[in-house]
Design a binder for this molecule. Structure first.
Ligand SMILES: Cc1ncc(COP(=O)(O)O)c(C=O)c1O
Length: 385
């Protein structure tokens, strides 16, 4: 039988327009490719969009998470509480500081960390809670902040999926101590690779800026500018985590369209909600009235027992229909490193494992045409019978 479409629909394909291309070309012509005026401008515009006093651009969200923990003094012997339903970068960044990632199971409904289960994971070694706003749905932050205050913990948010999100009248990026964003190529704002930190703490912001560029004193990147040569001093053996102007050139225009894209993402979301209602799958739960969902991933949970096919079978059959999908995620504690190093095993986090076996993310790029969306629906109907 002929596939539903003739050309392959790439999952998470970025929407790049002429303005991004012109801005990159402008950087190339100017000769200023590395960290420079465009990174400065992107930081200013991002800060204004979020409404946070400080924003520091870096070369990934992984770097943002790593530095956020380092500057807040997290290291060997410490514990950081996070979710097993996330990309490996979240927990890997904890490991890079020398601390131990302590997973707490998620809720089946929201796919976010279950605030009711956090308290029992807190020990005298716990230094921070690291919630992930999964798929763009803000975590229930009030109980997390309340626990953090009661036990003197930091809240570092992984908002890789949640640039557009709001929680109870507050924009994500203004709630915890430090928030980390990703501009990886499938994200809602892309720079190819890239990340950003926002915070209300000046001292964290200053340190992140320094630690992200070899630990050199502030504004070291300006040493080659026309402001006159500036000597720098190394105050910490930092990292090479700075964003390039070539990346910021993309981000500036991507960010300017983010709210317009959210309208399109909402349209696609609504169409999936209607069209998939009768299929053997669980659609994403509606968002609470006091939240704005960033609509990063439309993840369904397949009723694998009813359809008598595994998630991977469905995924492969969709590929044969020329529809690309994603898996977000296999529960992180089941990966060999986490099992072998921290002793995690199947059964530890039943909800994350349940989701990990059934989850499938459908294309949601604002670039999708209505026909593309209908093709996804048709293919799913065909494959799920
Ligand atoms: C939840 C989550 N956290 C962190 C990251 C890491 O982001 P980056 O690729 O920008 O380092 C990702 C990226 O896919 C992610 O999805």
């Amino acid at each position: 039988m002929a596939p539903v479409r003739n050309s392959f629909l790439v999952f998470g394909s970025p929407d790049i327009r002429e303005e991004e291309i012109a801005e990159v070309v402008d950087s190339l012509r100017s000769g200023w490719l590395g960290t420079g005026p465009k990174v400065d401008q992107f930081e200013k515009e991002f800060k204004a969009y979020i409404g946070a006093p400080y924003a520091i651009a870096l070369n990934s969200c992984t770097a943002a998470l790593h530095l956020s923990m380092l500057v807040s003094g997290i290291g060997s012997g410490d514990e950081v509480i996070t979710t097993p339903m996330t990309f490996c970068a979240t927990a890997n960044a904890i490991v890079h500081t020398g601390a131990r990632p302590v997973f707490v199971d998620v809720e089946r409904k929201t796919l976010n960390i279950d605030p009711d289960q956090i308290q029992k994971a807190i020990t005298p070694r716990t230094k921070a809670i690291l919630p992930v706003h999964f798929a763009g749905r803000p975590c229930e932050m009030d109980p997390i902040l309340e626990l953090a205050q009661r036990y003197g913990l930091l809240v570092i948010e992984d908002a890789a999926h949640c640039i557009e999100g709001w929680y109870k009248g507050k924009k994500i990026g203004n709630i915890g101590d430090i928030t980390c964003f990703s501009f990886y190529v499938t994200k809602n704002v892309i720079t190819g690779e890239g990340g950003m930190v926002t915070t209300h703490h000046e001292s964290y912001a200053d340190k992140i800026k320094m630690y992200g560029l070899h630990g050199m004193t502030k504004d070291a990147w300006k040493r080659f500018s026309d402001e006159g040569y500036k000597h720098y001093q190394v105050v910490f053996p930092g990292f090479k985590y700075n964003m390039m102007d070539l990346q910021a050139a993309l981000g500036i225009h991507q960010l300017r369209r983010v709210e317009e894209n959210l309208i399109r993402r909402n349209e696609i979301w609504k169409r999936y909600d209607e069209a998939l209602a009768e299929l053997p799958l669980t659609r994403p739960a509606p968002v609470e009235p006091y939240m704005i969902h960033a609509r990063h991933l439309y993840t369904v949970l397949l009723h694998i027992d009813r359809i008598k096919k595994s998630r991977d079978q469905v995924l492969n059959e969709l590929i044969r229909e020329n529809i690309g999908t994603g898996v977000h995620y296999t529960a992180l504690h089941l990966h060999p490193y986490y099992r072998q190093t921290f002793g995690y095993k199947p059964g530890d986090f039943p909800n994350a494992e349940y989701i990990g076996e059934r989850t499938l993310s459908l294309p949601l790029s604002p670039k999708l045409t209505n026909e593309d969306v209908e093709d996804v629906i048709k293919a799913l109907k065909k494959v799920l019978g």
